[in-house]
Design a binder for this molecule. Structure first.
Ligand code: C2E
Ligand code: CA
Ligand code: CA
Length: 781
């Protein structure tokens, strides 16, 4: 090995260089100590050999100098042992150099005794001693190479000088050998030096690496323990290996529960994917709600995972860092809430109301679904505030907000604009302005009604108040939310002017609709008498045979001026005015008679064995409803089990005991009852099971989207499987495509109605459908 200083120190910094240097000096000191005794011994033998010679006194003097240098050396070595850290390496090296060079010079000077004695034995001993010392020194001083070389020179040069000067050929030859010997020793020394240096370098680098490792482990430990976030790591099977305190605090569990915890079995599975990612060598991330395992605390967290490797770079698990951001999310939600809700009443404020109104308006523009805005304020609120104080005024507003919210439907918005001004947004009022106005009016009536109950707001007396209501319905002249609000506001001032506790519609538009309604109501009154009502029939098809097995009777009104009026426009007005009772009776009689006619006529080939009739809630609530039905059934001669009355959820949801009683009486008489528009209400199947229905009709809004909306498809599937458990027949309404048909067929639905087979049609057309070939519906495939 050859020592090359430049290469050697390439990857070593100054501090390391100093450490290496001090190690070099330390080695030299240690070795020098070991040679103390041999040197003393060698010097003593020399003294002894010269005892009886004339040179003795000189040798004795030399010997005492040797002893002095040895003592010096001994003293220095001890000092180094004790105080090595008090002085820097250079100082020690310099002191060591003085001692060693002095020692070399003293020993070298012994060569002058060489030719003053004639005893060859003495001469050999001397040469032997000096070359021996040289050989030892070339090793012991090798850590400080230049010192070793100088030492050798100081030791050997005097001997060489005397050898050559002495002039004898043999000694001169010996001198040459000594020169060769010097070079030999020097190169040996150099090799040893290189070895020492590389060993030292390795040692220093290793030490450094160890220190760095210690440091990084220490850092990791500190981070792991002290970090304000939860950290834990787990093995490849998702078993927790270790966790910091913060993590356990957050989960509210102790160390025993945490370590060894099987993460696969966590009840909240939302973290699973992120944890698994780490074991596959990827980073994982989750942000969102999390329910803690034992205490079931609702948190909002961010959860980051990274793979964990062993020294061979194999994945041995994952590290997870969990940050609890619940507070932040709560704060954000609070801020959001404050931005959109009124601080006093906690109902939507102007901002949220306007936002929702914009949405409703765009819905109106796209689908024609009508919206109304009601503007209302409390009559005499100012005097309540002035006489009873703001506190009572506030309580009155809070109670008002609560009452208004109670009477509105889920999709409607009750908002407070400030002061005693409230706005109610009525959504989904249908597409017919007449119907919409009627509904808005109904809500307004309810509001006047709830205000008629006195307010108990902790004041000495209860407060009685009333409200003025202005209503504006969306129309083509409404360009923006502000327009509609302005109209409603104007209408409200009109209401106030006309006396308190009143409702006013925004004039221009409303006048016409109200007039139209009055006109329709009057016209409807004479419609039965004039024979303007007609029933259309829509076939009901059995899915397995694709045959028409029944019909639903649907009302139409042939008005001499308006033309064909659809039931959506008729029913509301008929219900409002009570005309529905006589219309319903007419429908029942007409449909039964028609059906009996079909059964008895030349349609005996037909499979039609049921007729369905829609019954309105107002009609059903009549106390003599059941008797009337039974009477008409008897009069028409229809087999009762072939009649099916269609009720909606809203009809049966109120006064359940009376409803069940009426339904039972109908069933007793053999009449079937089906649940119409199923799915649009809120009742569960289990609730409906208490009622004696035989058939469910799935509302067409669900059927419409079964091919495109997974939720609707799942809902229809669920209805079908529940219905089969509860043993209901199911009719799917509004089937328009063959795909929808297939879906229903595959999921066990028994019957359907819809344009796929036929629209509701007049009697003659229906008869044609029945006699047509094998009365097969046009469903293909
Ligand atoms: P409903 O009982 O749900 O009747 C089904 C409605 O869906 C009918 O509208 C029918 O024309 C329509 N329809 C049937 N198949 C399809 C289809 O494939 N696609 C689409 N888009 N629509 C389809 P109609 O005749 O306008 O009746 C509307 C509602 O008026 C009825 O809904 C029912 O609630 C009520 N109604 C009709 N006739 C009477 C009646 O005599 N008495 C009472 N009380 N209500 C009636
Ligand atoms: Ca129906
Ligand atoms: Ca229906």
């Amino acid at each position: 090995m050859v020592f090359n200083k430049k290469d050697f120190f390439r990857d070593v910094d100054t501090a390391d260089k100093e450490r290496i240097h001090s190690e070099q000096v330390a080695i030299a000191f240690k070795q020098a100590f070991a040679s103390l005794f041999p040197l003393f011994f060698g010097a003593s033998v020399l003294l002894f050999l010269f005892t009886k010679t004339p040179l003795f006194s000189q040798v004795a003097l030399w010997f005492s100098i040797v002893i002095a240098t040895l003592l010096w050396r001994f003293w220095l070595l001890r000092a180094y042992r004790q105080y090595s850290h008090d002085y820097n390496t250079k100082t020690w090296e310099r002191r060591f150099m003085y001692v060693m060079y002095t020692s070399a010079a003293v020993w070298g000077s012994s060569a002058f005794f060489l030719f003053q004695t004639s005893d060859q034995l003495h001469q050999f001993f001397l040469i032997f001693l000096l070359t021996g010392i040289a050989s030892v020194a070339s090793g012991t001083l090798a850590s400080l190479l230049s010192m070793a070389i100088v030492f050798l020179l100081l030791l050997l040069v005097p001997m060489l000088m005397v050898m050559f000067l002495q002039g004898e050929f043999e000694f001169q030859m010996m001198g040459i050998l000594v020169v060769a010997y010097f070079f030999l020793l020097a190169s040996a020394s150099k090799r040893i030096h290189a070895n020492i240096m590389s060993a030292l370098k390795s040692k220093i680098l290793h030490q450094k690496a160890m220190e760095a490792l210690d440091l990084s482990e220490e850092h990791f430990e500190t981070i792991f323990k002290e970090a304000p976030t939860g950290i834990f790591y787990y093995d490849i099977n998702l078993i927790v290996i270790n966790s910091n305190i913060e993590m356990m605090k957050k989960l509210q569990i102790d160390k025993e529960q945490m370590i060894g915890l099987d993460l696969k079995k966590l009840p909240d599975t939302c973290l699973y994917e992120a944890m698994i990612s780490a074991t596959k060598g990827e980073k994982g991330y989750y942000e969102g709600p999390y329910v803690s395992m034992i205490k079931k605390v609702n948190l909002w967290i961010t959860f980051q995972t990274s793979p964990m490797y062993n020294a061979q770079r194999e994945i041995i698990g994952g590290v997870a860092i969990v940050t609890d951001i619940t507070e932040r999310i709560k704060a954000e939600e609070k801020i959001k809430h404050q931005a959109y809700f009124d601080a006093l009443t906690d109902i939507p404020n102007r901002v949220l109301m306007k936002d929702r109104l914009e949405q409703s308006l765009s819905h109106y523009r796209r689908h024609g679904s009508l919206v109304a805005v009601m503007f209302l304020d409390l009559d005499h609120f100012k005097s309540v505030n002035d006489s009873l104080g703001h506190y009572v005024g506030d309580l009155l507003l809070i109670e008002t907000a609560a009452r208004l919210s109670r009477i509105c439907r889920e999709g409607d918005t009750v908002a407070r604009l400030g002061g005693d001004e409230f706005v109610i947004l009525l959504n989904d009022l249908g597409t017919d302005p007449l119907v919409a106005v009627t509904r808005a009016e109904t809500v307004a009536e309810k509001i006047h009604e709830v205000f008629s109950t006195p307010f108990d707001v902790g004041a000495a007396e209860t407060i009685t108040t009333s409200s003025s209501i202005g209503i504006a319905l969306v129309s083509s002249e409404v360009q923006s939310a502000d327009d509609l609000l302005k109209f409603a506001d104007t209408a409200m001032y009109q209401a106030k002017k006309e006396g308190r506790n009143t409702t006013r519609f925004y004039q221009d538009q409303m006048d016409q609709w109200i007039k139209k309604r009055l006109f329709l109501e009057n016209a409807l009154r004479s419609a039965i008498k004039n024979g303007e009502l007609e029933l259309y029939y829509q076939p009901v098809i059995e899915i397995s045979t694709k045959k028409i097995v029944g019909a639903e009777a649907l009302l139409r009104w042939n008005h001499p001026e308006l033309g064909l009026v659809m039931p959506d426009e008729i029913i509301d007005i008929a219900e409002e005015s009570g005309l529905i009772v006589s219309i319903g009776e007419w429908v029942l009689r007409e449909a039964c008679t028609q059906f009996v006619h079909w059964r008895s006529e030349n349609l005996s080939q037909s499979h039609i064995d049921r007729i369905a009739i829609n019954v309105s809630a107002v009609q059903f609530r009549q106390s003599d409803f059941v008797d009337k039905v039974i009477r008409i059934v008897a009069e028409s001669g229809i087999v009762p089990s072939m009649l099916e009355l269609e009720l909606t959820e809203s009809t049966v949801i109120d006064k359940i005991d009376t409803v069940i009683d009426k339904m039972n009486r109908l069933r007793h008489a053999g009449i079937n009852i089906s649940m119409d528009d199923f799915g649009t209400g809120y009742s569960s199947l289990a609730y409906l099971k208490r009622l004696p229905f035989s058939t469910l009709k799935i509302d067409r809004s669900f059927v419409r989207d079964i091919m495109s909306d997974a939720d609707d498809a799942a809902l229809v599937e669920t209805i079908l499987s529940m219905a089969s458990i509860f043993k209901f027949d199911v009719i799917a309404e509004g089937v328009e495509t063959i795909e929808q048909f297939r879906f229903l067929e595959n999921h066990g639905c028994q019957y359907f109605q819809g344009y796929l087979c036929s629209k509701p049609v007049q009697v003659s057309q229906f008869e044609e459908l029945l006699t047509h070939d094998v009365q097969n519906c046009s469903v293909q495939g």
